[in-house]
Design a protein around this ligand. Structure first.
Ligand code: SF4
Length: 1008
């Protein structure tokens, strides 16, 4: 077959990568967008750059992700690399998923097995693949920062500490120690490096006995170096590792094992790095090591002006380090901006230029000024795209911003076209209140604050109150919560009485309930008290048998609260439900870390986490949700864009914030990168301001107030003066509403701002799994509850059982593929490792189930001993396009017979005991139909046979793949995608369906 000549605009299809199908291509299955047609000349040069190192300096809004994803697709199309030979590294899971999806859409078969991953996930993969060499078991646990603090606390007296463990307050430095150790990891500092630096300092101190400060510093650093060494030893001996370890241990492993490194280098012939300016020293070392010599095929994309995560603001050091590591690298600057109006870009540039000379532009004399290339539907506002608004008070500012958004919506914009950027999580509160007053929907997305959300506080209080009848604070919180709604005055009175008599609030409430005649509660309130006490008793009794997740779930469903939240979500947005779901995830994770996850232990763990500073973020903003104003922190806004942006609270001490240095800074001698001159904190804050400004496409409002409470008059942020080129003493008149206007605000009938109708999903590209397709077909309302609102569901023993069986079978096949047979005892051990004690009715039920699973695996193991077939793939991921929607999943097992026949098998844990049912289930399985479609899309021909393997009975139902079957599967996918896109989520209740539906308690349509 002759080679296909690459077209400049179309992704060519190569024989090895994609064999033409034997029949006309199913029209919906493939989509090949033009690859280069819509790119600028510079973007094209970046995408089609040949071999060798390449630095792309990509300013805000210049299509950085487009360039990276197109480059990956181009490398594949040009046959420079197979998809699996490309490694793309980025920072967040979200960015990696987005990049993966975009690449998948560009390649002809809708899926690549290129590794597109975060640094941490990539390091983790290397460590787990070579766990033995890394000295880790394959069950090691990664600790989050808060868990790291807990770990330090547990081992506090094993650490060789003295000054940093004051006996009067021994945990005072735990957080600072965790931060110091993480910094050391980021800088690729081993305990031996730290010890060497401490020794060198001690020698210097010994040589200058008159220098008392030096002597003290040497003693402190020696203590810290010892603690770091012990921490590392303890982590290894308990099979734990932290986030930093995921990169540094991988790095050390590859350095120490040249054969392993050579294999990884052979594997990845092209490496691409996104957000390069923010990679830390260890991450960059990993890239260099993997890429190889100075002529390596490594492409990095970054912008020093958007660096907001580097240690001590070393924004430039990576980019300069890249040039040093790859002296013959090519570079390209992208400065065609496809987002903002020119005036916004000019102001942002004026601002960031104040960071000179610590900027690439100043250092290298290149032009990084952005040029606006977008056309806008709306004319530019008469006052220009940037407005500076001054207010007398913070509440005037918040009200005015909300009013302006209301007016903007009445002029035809959607709520989601607006963003309010706040510097700190708490700065959002007055704006949220003012938006509420105007009845404008909002979505807050902070970098922290989950535990502060009322709905999450309620859950924490519930758990604490059940665990400890003496915890009056939690009992108070629960009693006055929206679930029980007792009047705060009544409960306060009861609480005062309780403290006089030195009893708990719960005891006082019990007394009131037992002697209503002498209590101060009304009859209605007494009923509520009884309901509260009943709930506490019931859940306390359950807590000895059930896991905390089950207990919590029972509470929110039995109280009817989950149902109320769900109904509320339909009206006002899904944040509260999303936060509840996130808290359930935390409970699940902490349960997994505990040996006994029953209530008292879990509550203690949660308390320690919170005390250790664990402060997870609330639900993240979905940019394309047009129905709510985005209120978010600057760090959260990175990478997003909005037509109208309000940057609020722009006063000194708020933005820039005051410099808060690490309590225990890493000694400068251990910092590998050259540190910037001047005030690095101010420069970093300025870059953050720059990131904020460049989020705005059409309009940018900079707002501030002279009075935010606290008795002092605030000054306008110097960044505003710099951006707008105003002299420092510019008089700025505040917008001061009249007293009547202020009063009217409180009185205003809270009419909803009349915006355009809620947007539908019509323009969205969907990404669906078989499970989602199936849920929609079963009942669209169920799909909505599970996948749109994401309501937490109770732990299900069926699911847990199936997962454990699957995991054991997978492990068996993986070993089989590596020619390392697994014994039955090992197979049973895999089952035990993956076993989760959730959802079972009783211990007896669980034990009976476990014994059934062991029998099933014993049968499976015996069958496998007699069967010479070895799978060609296990748990292999796939994705393909139907129209513009992406269908993704994994094949449990693929066999390719010697004559080339392909069999795809899915393992089932459901109980099927006769061959006829097994065969029918296989014939009718939509899941298998979708797998066949995926195989056809990937390989150009359908598989030859499909099978369901029922593990409990050992029966295998086989079925053929016909054209009709493929068409039917595709029609179903199209039906589902069309329904979701049209927002059709009407319930289709049926007795058989609702009986097993996890949402039956909250679903108004359920048939009981
Ligand atoms: S309870 Fe019934 S109607 Fe409601 S979502 Fe579940 S299956 Fe659909």
């Amino acid at each position: 077959m002759p080679a296909v000549v690459p077209s400049p605009d179309q992704l060519p299809i190569f024989e090895e990568l994609y064999r033409p199908p034997p029949r006309p291509v199913r029209p919906h299955l493939r989509l090949q967008p033009p690859l280069l047609a819509d790119l600028t000349a510079r973007q094209r040069r970046a995408v089609t750059f040949g071999d060798g190192p390449l630095l792309i300096v990509a300013g805000a809004g210049t299509g950085k992700t487009t360039v990276l994803t197109r480059r990956i697709a181009w490398l594949i199309a040009e046959k420079r690399a197979r998809p699996s030979e490309i490694l793309a590294l980025t920072f967040t899971e979200k960015a990696a998923a987005e990049m993966q999806e975009r690449v998948d859409r560009l390649v002809p078969y809708g899926y690549t097995d290129s590794v597109i991953s975060t640094f941490h996930a990539f390091g983790d993969r290397i460590l787990r693949e070579h766990a033995l060499e890394a000295g880790l078991s394959d069950r090691s646990t990664v600790l989050s920062r808060a868990e790291q603090v807990i770990f330090l606390r547990e081992h506090l007296f094993e650490l060789p500490l003295d000054r940093y463990r004051p006996l009067g307050d021994p945990t005072r430095f735990l957080g600072a120690l965790a931060t110091l150790f993480s910094r050391a990891r980021d800088e690729d500092v081993t305990p031996a490096d730290y010890q060497a630096a401490a020794r060198a300092l001690a020698e210097r101190a010994a040589a200058s006995p008159e220098d008392a400060a030096l002597a003290e510093e040497a003693a402190l650093q020696s203590e810290l170096a010892g603690a770091y060494e012990t921490y590392e030893r303890l982590m290894r001996s308990t099979d734990r590792f932290d986030f930093g370890d995921q990169v540094t241990l991988a790095l050390r492993l590859l350095r120490d094992h040249p054969a392993m490194l050579a294999a990884e280098r052979r594997r990845f012939r092209y490496i691409l790095v996104d957000e390069f300016q923010d990679t830390n020293h260890a991450q960059f070392e990993l890239v260099k090591l993997l890429a190889g010599g100075p002529r390596a095929n490594v492409t990095v994309v970054g912008d020093d002006d958007q660096s907001i995560y580097r240690f001590r603001g070393a924004a430039l050091s990576n980019i300069l380090g890249f040039r040093a590591a790859y002296p013959r690298s090519a570079s390209l600057v992208l400065n065609d901006n496809f987002r903002s109006r020119q005036a916004i870009l000019d102001a942002a540039h004026r601002l960031v230029a104040h960071n000179d000379p610590e900027r690439l532009e100043a250092r290298e004399g290149i032009d990084k000024r952005l040029r606006a290339r977008s056309a806008f539907r709306r004319p530019e506002p008469s006052a220009g795209p940037i407005e500076l608004l001054a207010f007398a008070t913070g509440s005037d500012e918040a009200d005015a911003v909300a009013e302006r958004i209301g007016a903007s919506m009445r002029s035809g914009r959607r709520a989601g076209d607006h963003a309010i950027l706040v510097r700190g999580n708490r700065d959002a509160d007055p704006f949220l209140r003012s938006l509420n007053m105007q009845r404008i929907p909002w979505r807050f997305s902070g970098t922290a604050g989950l535990y502060r959300q009322p709905e999450v506080r309620l859950l924490v209080s519930f758990l604490r109150a059940v665990a400890d009848p003496g915890d009056s604070v939690s009992c108070y919180d629960l009693a006055t919560s929206e679930i029980f709604g007792l009047a705060a005055e009544d409960v306060t009175r009861a609480l005062n009485g309780a403290s006089r008599r030195r009893v708990s609030l719960e005891a006082a409430l019990r007394e009131a309930s037992a002697h209503p005649e002498s209590s101060s509660f009304s009859l209605v309130a007494l009923e509520t008290v009884q309901r509260l006490l009943g709930a506490l008793d019931r859940h306390r009794a359950m807590s000895t048998e059930r896991t905390t997740g089950e207990l919590l779930y029972h509470f929110i469903t039995a109280s009817g609260w989950l149902g109320r939240l769900t109904r509320e979500a339909q009206q006002t947005g899904e944040e509260r439900l999303g936060n509840v779901a996130r808290f359930f995830e935390i409970v699940r994770r902490q349960s997994a870390l505990l040996r006994d996850d029953r209530l008292p232990f879990l509550v203690a763990q949660l308390d320690t986490l919170i005390a250790a500073g664990d402060d997870p973020s609330t639900v993240e903003a979905e940019v394309d949700d047009g129905d709510a104003v985005h209120v978010l922190t600057y760090h959260r806004a990175k990478g997003l864009e909005f037509p109208v942006v309000f940057m609020v609270g722009l006063v000194e001490d708020r933005f820039p914030t005051r410099d808060r240095r690490d309590a225990l800074p890493l000694p400068v001698e251990l910092v590998r990168d050259p540190l910037p001159e001047g005030d690095h904190h101010l420069a970093e804050e300025r870059r953050l301001f720059y990131v904020g400004m460049t989020r705005a496409a059409e309009e940018l409002a900079l707002t501030w107030a002279a009075d935010y409470g606290g008795g002092r008059t605030r000054r306008l942020s110097q960044f505003v003066l710099e951006a707008l080129d105003l002299p420092p003493a510019t008089p700025l008149g505040a917008i001061r509403p009249s007293a009547a206007e202020r009063l009217a605000r409180n009185d205003r009938p809270t009419a909803a701002a009349a915006g355009p109708p809620r947007p539908t999903l019509a323009d969205r590209q969907l990404s669906l799994s078989f499970g989602q397709v199936n849920d929609y077909l079963e009942c669209p309302a169920r799909y909505r509850y599970a996948h749109v609102i994401r309501i937490p569901t109770p732990a299900s023993h069926q699911l847990a059982y199936g997962k454990a069986l699957h995991a054991a079978v997978q492990a068996f096949h993986r070993r089989q593929m590596r020619h390392e047979p697994m014994s039955l005892a090992e197979l049973h051990a895999e089952l035990d490792t993956n076993w989760e004690s959730v959802g079972y009715l009783t211990r007896e039920h669980e034990e009976a189930r476990r014994s059934a699973a062991r029998d099933a695996l014993a049968r499976f193991w015996n069958e496998q001993q007699a069967d010479p077939a070895r799978p060609a793939a296990v748990e292999q991921e796939f994705a393909f396009l139907v129209g513009r929607d992406r269908i993704r999943g994994r094949y449990d097992r693929v066999d390719v017979e010697p004559d080339g026949r392909v069999l795809i098998t899915d393992y089932k844990s459901s109980d099927v005991r006769d061959p006829a049912t097994a065969a029918r289930r296989s014939r009718e399985s939509l899941q298998l139909g979708i797998y066949a479609l995926a195989w056809e899309a990937q390989h150009g021909r359908a598989p030859d046979e499909l099978a369901l393997h029922f593990l409990e009975s050992g029966l295998v139902g086989r079925s053929d793949v016909s054209e009709r079957r493929l068409e039917r599967a595709q029609e179903k996918v199209v039906t589902v995608a069309t329904g979701i896109r049209a927002g059709r989520f009407a319930a289709t209740p049926a007795t058989s369906r609702c009986g097993f539906c996890p949402f039956r308690e909250i679903c108004p349509d359920a048939i009981r």
